[in-house]
Design a protein around this ligand. Structure first.
Ligand SMILES: [Zn+2]
Ligand SMILES: [Zn+2]
Length: 205
């Protein structure tokens, strides 16, 4: 079976009714929802903007969503020129990722407005995403990994697509959203267009 995440290209693969399957970056996600029931692993419904021009839903297990980008599930082999041996791609990337995390750098960081500080983020904590075309950026409504509250950030596509690549500054909506705010993509798009973003530095230090 085709792996959900291609760690070398940083793309998730989903089924597309028009093209059998499609590979998209995280910034093409539009909605992420944890499905009730399944816990080991948890399963998420992802609505995404497909290359065919439509939006479709796909199902992803928690591991594939959050950990595959760090090489955890990748078992393709490559020839490591440094060690002159064949190795699993995931082994090398996973090793690199764990060293970076140990050094205090997270694959993905977003700004928690209620806490007033950057926090590590994971795709499974994304709620809604939408492009803001005027700046080539993407708006992200995300649940904080630390306090569980909702923030809206405006970041570059690379910031969400490329693990460990961080914008120096991100846009933040200066508003504490109630838990049930921004239920739909329409509400979120309206919020993105109607509000001002304030910039915040992302350094975790
Ligand atoms: Zn499609
Ligand atoms: Zn927080």
């Amino acid at each position: 079976m085709r792996p959900v995440y291609d760690v070398l290209r940083a793309l998730y693969t989903f089924a597309c009714p028009a093209h059998e399957h499609t590979s998209i970056p995280l910034s093409s996600f539009r909605e992420v929802e944890r499905l009730p029931g399944a816990a080991h692993p948890a399963v998420f419904r992802v609505r995404f903007a497909c290359a065919c021009g439509d939006e479709h839903d796909g199902l992803v297990a928690h591991d594939d969503l959050d950990w595959a980008p760090l090489g955890a599930a990748e078992d393709r082999m490559f020839h490591n020129l440094m060690t002159a041996r064949r190795q699993r791609v995931g082994e090398e990337i996973g090793d690199l990722a764990s060293r970076q995390i140990a050094a205090g750098s997270w694959p993905l960081v977003l700004f928690c407005y209620p806490e007033g500080r950057p926090r590590p983020a994971f795709p499974s904590l994304f709620r809604l995403l939408a492009p803001k075309a005027d700046r080539g950026h993407v708006g992200v409504a995300v649940t904080c990994s630390s306090c569980g509250r909702l923030s809206v950030n405006l970041v570059s596509a690379d910031h969400v697509d490329v693990p460990f690549h961080h914008d120096a500054e991100v846009g933040v909506v200066e508003h504490v959203f109630p838990d049930d705010a921004l239920q739909t993509l329409e509400e979120f798009r309206a919020e993105l267009w109607s509000t001002e973003f304030d910039s915040r530095r992302l350094s975790l230090a």
